[in-house]
Design a protein around this ligand. Sequence first.
Ligand SMILES: Cc1cc2nc3c(=O)[nH]c(=O)nc-3n(C[C@H](O)[C@H](O)[C@H](O)COP(=O)(O)O)c2cc1C
Length: 328
Amino acid sequence: MSSPAVPRTGSAPTSHVEQLVSLACLAPSVHNTQPWRWRYDDGLLTLRADLARRLPVEDPRGRDLTLSCGAALHQLQFAARALGWTTDVQRLPPGQDETVLARVRVRRTGRAVVVPEDLELLHARRTDRRRFTAWPVPAHRLEDLCRLAAPWGVRAAAVNDDGARFRLELLANQALTALELDARRQAEQDRWVGRTGADGIPAALLPDEPDPLQARSRFRPGLLEDTRMVLHGGDRVIALGGDEDDVAGWLRSGEAMSALWLEATREGLSVVPMSQPTEVEATRREIGCSVLGGTFEPHVLLRVGWQAIGRGGLPRTPRRPLADVLEA
Ligand SMILES: Cc1cc2nc3c(=O)[nH]c(=O)nc-3n(C[C@H](O)[C@H](O)[C@H](O)COP(=O)(O)O)c2cc1C
C-alpha cells in the first residue's frame, strides 16, 4: 500500500488508518471468522464485535469471538508501532453498546521510525497444523513467552508438569468427543471449513489424514500434505486466562495471545490454538481446577512446538476485503 505524505505530529490520515486496519486484520480468528468491524471517525478508530459472525453453538458467550477481536486489537497496536505511530487504547468504553470493544486514537508525536521486520512478522505468522517435531521446546523459552502476557494483565502458565499435561490431554479428548457427538456443533464447524471465499479455513490448511501419534484434530481431514518423517512429542501447551471469565478478560487475553504468537513466530516456534477444551464449559472448568490448580480462569490454550526445518511455507488463509470491515 502506498504511503502519502504524513504530518510529523497529529492524527493519522484515513489512508494510513486503512493500512493499519489491513495489518490488524491479518490477526488469527476462530475458524477464520474475522468477527470484527472498524470505524474511523474524527481521529478515532472504533473496534466492534461483529455478532453476526459469532458461533452461536460453539461459542455462545462470545469468548472466542472476543479473543479474536483482542488479537486484531493487538496487531493494530503492533502495526502502528512498527510504522511509527503511537496508540491510546480505551477498552470497553463506558456508555457504548456491548459490541464496542475498544476505541483507539492513532497519533504521531515526532519523526516516524519504521521497523520493517515487525511488519514482516505480521505477514509471516500462521496457524500451522502440521505435526511438530520431537525437539522439545525448552522450559525457559516457554516461561519467556508466558512473561509477555503480564503487561496485558493476563495470566499465562506453561503446562510443564507431566501429570498436569496428561490430565489436560484427557480433558482435550473429552471435549473433542463432546464436539463429535453434538451434531449441531459439528454442523456449525463444518460450515466454516473447506470454504473457498474470503473467510473460513481452506481444506488446503487442514492435515490430510488423522495422525495416530498427534493429538486428535477437531477438524475433518483436509488436503494439507503432512510428511510423516518426524515424530510428534515436542509440543508444549500454554494456558492463557485471568481472574474472571468475562469480556474484559477475553479481550486482553486475545491481545496477549497475539503478542506471544508474534514473538514465538520471530523465534521460529509454531503456535496452534486449541480452543475446543475451553468451548466445552465442563472441561474448561476442570482444566482450571485440575490442570491450573485453581490459579486462574482459562480462556484459551496454545500448543507450541517446532516445525521441521526445510518444510515449505503454507499459503495464507484468506481475509475479507477492507471495505467489508472498515467504515471510514
Ligand atoms: C480464539 C481462537 C481459537 C482458535 N481455535 C483453534 C482450534 O481449536 N484449532 C485450530 O486448529 N485452530 C484454531 N484457531 C486458529 C484459526 O483457525 C486461525 O487463526 C484462522 O484460521 C486464520 O488462520 P491464520 O492464523 O493462519 O491466519 C483459533 C484461533 C483463535 C483466534
